[in-house]
Design a protein around this ligand. Sequence first.
Ligand code: GDP
Length: 308
Amino acid sequence: MFESLSDRLTRALTDLRGKGRLSDADIDRTAREIRLALLDADVSLPVVRGFISRVKERAKGAEVSGALNPAQQIVKIVNEELVDVLGGETRRISYAKTPPTVIMLAGLQGAGKTTLAGKLGAWLKKQGHTPLLVAADLQRPGAVSQLQIVGERAGVAVYAPHPGTSVGGEGELGVSAADPIDVARDGVAMAEDKQYDVVIVDTAGRLGVDAELMAQAAGIRDAVSPDEVLFVLDAMIGQDAVGTAEAFSQGVGITGVVLTKLDGDARGGAALSVRDITGVPIMFASSGEKLEDFDVFHPDRMASRILG
Ligand code: GDP
């Protein structure tokens, strides 16, 4: 994960080691190297610009403190700016005062929503919750049965349009008579009735952002008034994925991002850009296909990992 960025940042910063004082030229040179490392990592240009200008300003204005030598001071500044660009504090789920808490998943097809529904369900269960997964992706053939399989593996209940059967299953066209908005609403009603305390609503994704997808997602949002709308973002796509997050942010309104496929993301551009561009925090990260390849996203731990 982020190997090349990590190597290059570490190299740029170790070059400063042993220097008793840093001149403005030293700082400018280091800032240039950091800039190139971030651009090569596919971090979006406005994010890189802001990052570099803050690092330079802080490094040049830094008082020489007793505890840290100048090189350590710059490492500290870069670390703090990385934490900041990754979202600062860890952002936890905002649970509803009166259960159930409704979490809606949105994103492009293939981003990893259905897989995530299982992972999040299993994680919530471990935290002592009683989650229910709702299969409101009636677009992709097999999505309902996939959610049922994922739910079974995670030991989490699933509400599907016709319980026990697969609507739009393999071999069919994937067009269901059921309306995803009704399914989402009925799923939440069932959670209220049966006292599930968290509902995770899986929704349809397309290959690209389109008006119909956005309208359907907005319809589901209006029907179930989610406490969280999590945008599931395939980190391997890089900066382009950040553009889709921004479109969803404007079209549906999102409260958090879940990064998936971090295991395949060597560069880190999406991870480092998405918070700045959308203004919403990364809440969870997924780094593999297995249920347990999933955790709360901690900006400080990620920054330390990047800086090696
Ligand atoms: P959806 O269309 O958004 O519901 O996406 P799926 O949940 O069906 O996931 C698409 C593919 O990505 C599947 O083959 C998943 O196994 C895979 N996938 C999901 N999350 C991850 C992850 O974190 N890492 C890797 N390597 N693969 C993942």
